[in-house]
Design a protein around this ligand. Structure first.
Ligand code: UGA
Length: 440
């Protein structure tokens, strides 16, 4: 099928490349010339496993191209809207200007029988706003939210765990056409849920709200564990064995970040308030507050471990991305911790396998370096993103290069006993400090 994807960011670039990889003829359209030029040469503007290979294969097979010209969407019969909905400046609601513009720019290219498919995460009620304008072109509107995780984006797009179509009641034509787009995934077993616009829009935000709540729940337990002598990691293992609860997304630590969870729960709260149902999701404000408190707690722990002040102490900050396998630093707890420690006068040297370039753009005042440079003569080491290379660090080897063997494990991703046995003072979140120095 001939497909256009409007917006070539995290979502759109992966969506375009993945649709080409299953045999469709795809044009990705974006207003950013530099991004379009890079993508056209098969270069991924983001760090995302499998995306570069997928781009090159699609371009070489002449099934994938990128353009800045909206007129190139003319030939397509299915148009995906995949632009961002970031948090608005000065409010917690979503900035809808990119979605509004994408719709108004693509509509003149839409012809009779086409599908216009919204993928962006939007406040409930958005699709209804565009229905008339799409139908006036003889086309069909579908809301088809995306559930991909960064770091697994290509896999999640090709093998989604579910497909949700929000359609106008009885629009079989739209359902069949979208089934054709996703034929490979459907044949491989992805379930399809056909519903109305409002449900489809809500499925997306409620899924992210649930995930955020699960993380903040365990982080709230970490706060209680810290004052009672309990261990939150053991607690998570124990409650996670209950299949109704499940162990996934129960990793206590510095909390959630990224371009989705934080802004989505805020936008959901704002939308619910507009609808007069603010109290229904008022708990999401608490979810947000718990999450942000964890960043403060990490800074507090480092300060405590350093005897009450970080001033002029060298702190190695390992990790800047909001999670491993990503170079994304949007609302990253790791970057936030680095900035806060630096603001308190610590000599921070921050490092990350992929995210240093993006971090430097946002915070040029920080000192960045290699892992070796960060660790050399450090007074404290803070692990804030659980990259495999940090999890695999040998505590005995690192002990030899630092000034003081203090490690703050803000992701509870290290083997606490192994670090303590190697002579470190180990402090995790929601667990007790293990003092290896005294033991040695
Ligand atoms: C999230 C959702 O998981 C996707 O399903 C959704 O499609 C996407 O948002 C989106 O709306 O586009 P993503 O932002 O890529 O995906 O990241 P997650 O894997 O959900 O992680 C979010 C944050 O939670 C990270 O900072 C991670 O470190 C943190 N986290 C995750 C925890 O602190 N503890 C956990 O147990 C799990």
């Amino acid at each position: 099928m001939k497909i256009s994807v409007i917006g070539c960011g995290y979502l759109g670039s992966v969506h375009a490349a993945s649709l080409a990889s299953v045999g469709h003829d795809v044009v990705g359209i974006d207003v950013d010339t530099a991004k379009v030029n890079a993508l056209s040469r098969g270069r991924s503007p983001i760090f995302e496993p499998d995306l570069p290979e997928s781009l090159v294969t699609g371009i070489d097979a002449r099934r994938l191209r990128f353009s800045t010209e909206m007129a190139d969407a003319r030939e397509a019969e299915v148009h995906f809207i995949a632009v961002g909905t970031p948090q608005s400046a000065g409010s917690s609601s979503a900035d809808m200007s990119f979605v509004d513009r994408a719709f108004s720019d693509v509509l003149p290219q839409v012809t009779e029988g086409d599908l216009v498919v919204g993928k962006s995460t939007v406040p409930v009620g958005t699709a209804e706003r565009f229905r008339e304008a799409v139908e006036a072109r003889g086309a069909h509107l579908v809301w088809n939210p995306e559930f991909l995780r960064e770091g697994f984006a290509v896999k999640d797009t090709i093998e989604p765990d579910r497909l949700v179509y929000g359609v106008t009641d009885g629009d079989e034509y739209a359902v069949e056409k979208l089934n054709e787009v996703y034929a490979t995934a459907i044949e491989a077993g992805s379930p399809v849920i056909v519903t109305d616009f409002a449900t489809a829009e809500l499925v997306k935000v409620s899924a992210n709200a649930f995930l955020a709540t699960k993380i903040s729940f365990i982080n709230a337990m970490a706060e209680i564990a810290e004052v009672t002598g309990a261990d939150v990691t053991k607690l998570a293992d124990a409650i996670g064995y209950d299949k109704r609860i499940g162990r996934k997304f129960l990793n206590a630590g510095v909390g959630f970040g990224g371009g989705c969870l934080p802004k989505d729960i805020r936008a959901f709260t704002a939308r619910a308030e507009e609808l007069g149902r603010g109290e229904s999701v008022a708990f999401l404000k608490e979810v947000d507050a718990i999450n942000l408190r964890r960043r403060e707690r990490v800074v507090e722990l480092v300060t405590e471990e350093l005897g009450g002040s970080v001033f002029q102490k060298k702190v190695a900050v390992l990790g800047l991305a909001f999670k491993p396998n990503s170079d994304d630093v949007r609302d990253s707890p790791a970057l936030d911790v680095a900035v806060r420690l630096n603001g308190l006068g610590a000599n921070v040297v921050a490092t990350d396998p992929q995210a240093m370039k993006n971090a430097r753009q946002l915070h040029p005042q920080l000192v960045y370096g290699s892992t070796e440079e960060a660790l050399a003569d450090a007074d404290a080491v803070v692990v804030v993103t659980e990259w495999p290379e940090y999890k695999d660090l040998d505590p005995a080897t690192v002990h030899r290069v630092v000034r003081t063997p203090i490690v703050v494990d803000a992701r509870n991703c290290l083997d606490a006993d192994a670090w303590a046995d190697a002579g470190w003072e180990y402090a995790g979140l929601g667990r007790q400090v293990k003092n290896g120095r005294r033991a040695n």
